[in-house]
Write a protein that binds this ligand. Structure first.
Ligand code: CMP
Length: 149
């Protein structure tokens, strides 16, 4: 099913110069980027994006990390995109992530874990609504030709 999801390249990955490598994994998989922006999050945005975590003990740590530098927010559309992007990302706790996944290849920390991606289609629509306006989205045809790296 074609659906939308949110992928956030977190400040640790931006500071390590991993934006291009991460975006290339999305493109290689044939998923379509329909909006993209680099931004600094204020507390207001973080409270909304992570509303389900605000009462957790780790929230202050998460908040200070996610506001520590710019991030890249990416709206993605494609078949099963929620599940596929989470598979590409690997499990949340980077030290446990399988080699070959983005966190498995580049991450080694639970909080500074390179990425955030939505876990359900309904949740994706909510999270996309926090970070993107209607006018941020573009429309184009993705030519899904097989290609060799
Ligand atoms: P993310 O997928 O963005 O969802 C919530 C984030 O909180 C998670 O990735 C981690 O960055 C962070 N996180 C989750 N659990 C913990 C924890 N136990 N301690 C610290 N940070 C956590």
């Amino acid at each position: 099913m074609t659906e939308k999801t949110l992928l956030v390249i977190k400040p640790d990955a931006v500071q390590r110069g991993l934006i291009g490598k991460i975006i290339s994994r999305i493109e290689r998989k044939g998923l379509k980027i329909i909006a993209l922006k680099m931004m600094m999050l204020t507390d207001d945005y973080v409270d909304k994006l992570y509303d389900i975590h605000v009462d957790k003990v780790f929230y202050p740590l998460l908040n200070s990390f996610i506001t520590s530098g710019p991030l890249v927010a990416i709206a993605i559309q494609g078949k099963n995109s929620v599940k596929v992007v989470r598979k590409l990302a690997g499990v949340t706790n980077s030290p446990e992530a399988e080699p070959g996944t983005i966190r498995g290849d580049y991450g080694n920390d639970l909080t500074k874990n390179i990425l955030h991606s939505s876990d359900k289609p309904e949740r994706a629509l909510y999270e996309l609504g926090v970070l993107f306006q209607e006018e941020d989205y573009v429309s184009y045809d993705l030519i899904n030709e097989p290609w060799i790296e």
